[in-house]
Design a protein around this ligand. Structure first.
Ligand code: TPP
Ligand code: MG
Length: 324
């Protein structure tokens, strides 16, 4: 069955947003290369392969709804409406970046679009999201909070404390566990006694839902239901999105702990390829594909130029905005 014209626009938006994340991060990776002038230093954790989760989830949020993010956060930020130029500038260490160039890849946010911050502490977003959920309820607002975290974070104490508190107080939170099968090099089969993380929800008396994290439509549909429930006072939901990071944990990881066969099996489920196939089936023309691709490339080119042209922080800024 064909989607209506209105729905095709939605599908094209999903495709655009996922392609933006993919190409943005490919560009970011290229800047670690000496031949590309080493514009970015240190390391980074890219989201490539998991784009359908951030895009599907954030498509169901309002601008003033909150998210908390992780060390793998560029995709969450872009999907929530973050400015690619200011994210790139932050990665370059420039003063126009979201944290004035002092936070880097794992430490940025933007309250004006409800982004409460990415976080280098595994599971660190869980209690922050719980606190935000409580503040919404206390102030009788109708926002919701989305808390992104990984399978590894689901084995932190903060996961259990946060889900319990959110459940007993019926807080408006959607817990999005991005189960990409690994926490650094540790496979889930070595760290979970249950096959599905979603089943842990029943320990707190809340609903746990398994989601195909490689399919943006499944992510969007299941998020929409959870958001509606939370906004209507029905309390939290745990969504477990089964997904896969196509690249290593961080930039220099050679993935010796997994097989190339496993990787190619998951590559067959590439969320972007799935959406391309869907849009072809809907009759989208080659020109329309090219237009989206060009628009994305232009956005990234503009972001890089902005970051390149921006100044470094001044030495007077060395000790401002520091909390340690
Ligand atoms: C409290 C804490 N423990 C350990 C680490 C080191 N660490 C960084 S990322 C990571 C794995 C996180 O795995 P997961 O939650 O599955 O997220 P993914 O990297 O797969 O997206 C670990 C252990 C950390 N940053 N913080
Ligand atoms: Mg993981």
């Amino acid at each position: 069955m064909r989607h209506s014209q209105n729905n095709i626009k939605t599908l094209q938006r999903y495709y655009h947003d996922m392609l933006l994340i993919r190409r943005f991060e490919e560009k970011v990776l290229s800047f670690f290369d000496v031949s590309n002038k080493n514009k970015i230093f240190g390391t980074t954790h890219v989201y490539i392969g998991q784009e359908a989760v951030a895009v599907g989830v954030c498509s169901k949020l309002r601008q003033n709804d909150f998210i908390t993010s992780t060390h793998r956060g560029h995709g969450h930020f872009l999907a929530k409406g973050g400015d690619p130029a200011r994210i790139m500038a932050e990665l370059f260490g420039k003063v126009t970046g979201y944290s004035k160039g002092k936070g880097g890849t794992q430490h940025m946010g933007d309250l004006s679009i409800g982004h409460l911050g990415s976080n280098g502490i595994t599971g660190g977003g869980l209690p922050i999201a719980t606190g935000a959920g409580f503040s919404i309820q206390y102030q009788k607002q109708d926002q919701v909070v989305v808390c992104f975290f990984g399978d590894g974070a689901a084995n932190e104490g903060m996961f259990h404390e946060s889900l319990n508190m959110a459940a007993i107080w019926s807080l408006p939170i959607i817990f999005i566990c991005e189960n990409n099968l690994y926490a650094m090099s540790t496979p889930i089969k070595n760290s979970f006694s249950v096959p599905d993380i979603a089943t842990r929800a029943c320990a707190y008396g809340i609903e746990g839902v398994i989601v195909d994290g490689m399919c943006v439509l499944d992510v969007a549909a299941k998020t929409e239901a959870a958001v509606e429930k939370a906004r209507g006072g029905g309390g939290p939901t745990l969504l477990e999105c089964k997904t896969y990071r196509f690249l290593g944990h961080s930039k220099n990881d050679l993935c010796a702990y997994r097989t190339r066969e496993e990787e190619s099996e998951w590559r067959k489920k590439d969320p972007l390829v799935q959406m391309e196939t869907c849009l072809h089936h809907e009759g989208m023309s080659l020109q329309e594909f090219t237009a989206i691709s060009n628009e994305v490339n232009q956005t990234i080119e503009d972001a890089v130029r902005f970051a390149d042209d921006s100044p470094w922080p001044s030495s007077q800024e060395l000790f401002t905005d520091l909390y340690c």
